[in-house]
Write a protein that binds this ligand. Structure first.
Ligand SMILES: [Mg+2]
Length: 260
């Protein structure tokens, strides 16, 4: 097949923490040299797209901000498509709120004024925010969430992710999100393909998570590359509930040789 675009997950695929996966810089450079468009996708809404782009550039993969697709950005796109300039009550950290504002969305303090309740990964989540979410839902706000992840890997283990905040809101209100826009959703796929400018049949995707990265690529009709540098292990391929990748590689460094 002829590849015209490639999607890379970040954490566990391109880098782990502050360390580049060996050879990831050369692999991305080689794909770009062959004329492929490359984008990077992440569900993590704790940094801005500019911060991810700066980190990639610092690690030896020069990247413009537009080539980073985060769940915060996809949320902003979703809201903009539903109702340009809409009003939202947001459970989330500053980078998510900033991303919404950049799309012209109003982030309001009074939950009763909100057309949407936006829930993201928020390490400052508290009783007051939960009460706000309840009031927003009671006043008829539509419920949307950034990403489905239960936990987020950190240096010394894991911390609760967006599913914790969504679960709290669901527990109190009985409402479930109408859309969870991060990986593996079709909203994330659409944002990445818009940037790549080619159909999914000409796109490869590399990631360390079968349930998100590989599932998303397989559902969209992309060629999938499962890397063993991150969270999921080789043994998980035996789990029939998880999607099967087209390729299994030790790391992204092997990918250029597989594209011929
Ligand atoms: Mg990952």
């Amino acid at each position: 097949m002829t590849y015209r675009g490639f999607i890379f997950d970040l954490d566990g695929t391109i880098y782990r923490g502050e360390r580049l996966i060996p050879g990831a810089d050369r692999a991305v450079a080689e794909l770009r040299r062959r004329g492929l468009r490359v984008v990077f996708v992440t569900n993590k809404p704790l940094s801005s797209r500019a911060e991810y782009a700066a980190k990639l550039t610092r690690l030896g993969i020069p990247t413009p901000v537009e080539d980073v697709i985060s769940s915060s950005f996809v949320m902003a796109r979703y809201l903009h498509e539903q109702e340009p300039g809409t009003r939202v009550y947001c459970i989330g950290e500053a980078p998510l709120i900033e991303e919404l504002r950049q799309m012209g969305i109003q982030v309001v303090d009074d939950p009763r004024q909100a057309r949407f309740l936006v829930v993201g990964f928020d390490r400052t989540f508290d009783y007051q925010k939960l009460t706000g979410a309840m009031l927003a839902i009671r006043a008829g706000a539509r419920f949307v969430a950034t990403n489905p992840d239960r936990t987020c890997p950190v240096e010394d283990g894991e911390i609760p992710d967006c599913a914790g905040m969504v679960g709290a809101v669901t527990g109190v209100t009985g409402a479930v999100p109408e859309a969870v826009v991060g990986k593996p959703s079709p909203y994330m796929v659409a944002a990445a393909l818009d940037r790549l400018g080619c159909p999914p049949s000409q796109v490869g995707i590399a990631g360390d998570r079968l349930e998100t990265d590989i599932a998303m690529g397989a559902a969209a009709g992309m060629r999938t590359f499962f890397v063993l540098t991150g969270g999921d292990r080789l043994e998980q391929l035996a789990d029939d509930r998880l999607p099967k990748p087209d390729h299994v590689v030790q790391s992204v460094a092997e990918i250029p040789d597989l594209l011929d």
